[in-house]
Write a protein that binds this ligand. Sequence first.
Ligand code: NAP
Ligand code: GLV
Length: 306
Amino acid sequence: MRVIYFSADQDGAAWIPGLQAALPGAQISLWERGARAADYAVVWKPPQQLFDEQTQLKALFNTGAGVDALLKLRLPDGVPVIRLDDAGMSVQMAEFVCHAVVRHFREFADYESDMEMGKWSFRKPRSRLDFPVGVLGLGVLGERVAKAVAQFDFPVNGWTRTSKALPGVQCFVGDAQLDDFLAASRIVVCLLPLTPETENLLNAQRLARIRPGGYVINVARGAHIVDADLLTCLDSGHLAGAALDVFRVEPLPKGHPFWQHPKITLTPHTSARTLRSESIAQIVGKIAAIERGDAVAGTVDPNRGY
Ligand code: NAP
Ligand code: GLV
């Protein structure tokens, strides 16, 4: 069996020995132009040329949860695209989002600046019932986040494409219930895949539906939010703030208004990182399943885009 690896971001050299140790009988190599035909490709943001040349793939593994970059390419017909299915990401996402929710709700940023100025002062306790948290997308990551936030006794809402029941979460389905979901939420967490249906979802009209004093946490993809509309809602006071981990262009370009905005907290696309050993274990388990002829979780449906 031959496996090729390519990543536009990560240090490939570190993945090769891990894949080799987990698949001792296989030939593992970094993909380069003109490489011999492989059975499996393990990739992150590969160039089109890889697929133009590799015509005998049995499956294609994406070393992230989101496949939006991959699906923009011309992929070989009928070759399953398999994304990471948690692989250690959901716990990271849950801690990241809980941190952002609690930091906003408990006003920790204000306490930090008070203490830096030597000021000893208390803010009035707020009721968590006034801060319902809405999670857009209750998939592998969104479900774990919704459950984690609910542990802090915040009311939790969730929005999905197909109907879902989750104890402790008020579930809304489809476009018809999106406005109701937003109107029922004050903190909105985006954990949707980026698809033609979800691109620019959080535009002026939708952001205006969020409860006044709202807070947006985007940990999915930058293109879910219309940047200028978010800035307008922050500047008008309709939104109290935003925690943004993902951006339309990454790294966030120098001079982008998000950098200096006093109501925006930024992180560099780090809310849930790909963990190498967990990911390799998952991919190798799935290769074994495919070789046996079994179905594997995390297989992307190209028609729905996730
Ligand atoms: P997932 O398991 O595929 O879940 C996607 C969820 O979104 C599902 O609940 C799905 O609804 C819902 N959804 C999709 N399209 C929708 C639509 N048009 N209307 C309403 N709901 C819709 O994905 P995941 O593993 O949780 O990951 C979610 C995204 O997080 C990834 O695609 C990626 O972009 C992002 N991500 C970011 C980071 C980071 O570090 N910032 C790390 C990992 C992942 P159904 O349940 O009805 O199908
Ligand atoms: C990261 O953004 C991922 O999609 O895994």
